[in-house]
Design a protein around this ligand. Structure first.
Ligand code: FES
Length: 156
């Protein structure tokens, strides 16, 4: 078994079902996402079925099941952004990228994560792409922003 994974398991010697969520967080922090192989190992260790683990993990927004895209989009869904229309922005991103929260597009270019307040409420609604902020978004500006990153990628 992977040494990093083993050292995470060692943090949970009692193998209790309540360990599942904190263990998944540690694994995601370490490996970047929850691969099927990792989930299988967790299932064996905690004696929980893989389906059950997927069920629990997908219930929470902040677990990822694949690697991030080259451009990782964090969409703020905090109160100010919500009031300013982040739900419409999310729908536009999902439509244009053909992915949902927590997923990566098929080219590995964009991934999407919905997060809570990222501390720039006066500029709502906003997204952060690889630590660059795009603020006061509209449906039209989403298209332009995605085009900009696609062009950057093509000129790399
Ligand atoms: S609610 Fe979006 S930055 Fe605060």
């Amino acid at each position: 078994m992977d040494k990093q994974l083993l050292s995470i398991f060692e943090l949970f010697p009692n193998r209790q079902r309540d360990d599942l969520i904190p263990m998944l967080h540690k694994i995601q922090d370490q490996f970047g996402f929850l691969s099927e192989e990792l989930i299988i190992e967790v299932g064996k260790y905690l004696d929980i079925s893989v389906n059950k683990i997927f069920g629990v993990a997908t219930f929470y927004d902040n677990f990822r099941f694949g690697p991030r895209g080259k451009y990782h989009i964090r969409l703020c869904h905090g109160t100010a952004c919500h009031v300013a229309g982040s739900t419409t922005i999310l729908a536009e991103l999902e439509k244009r990228l053909k992915i949902k929260n927590g997923e990566t597009d098929k080219n590995g270019l964009f991934s999407l994560e919905v997060v809570s307040c990222i501390g720039a409420c006066g500029l709502a609604p906003l997204i952060e792409i690889n630590e660059e902020y795009h603020t006061s978004l509209t449906v039209d500006s989403v298209k332009n922003i995605l085009d900009h990153y696609r062009e950057n990628h093509n000129s790399d």
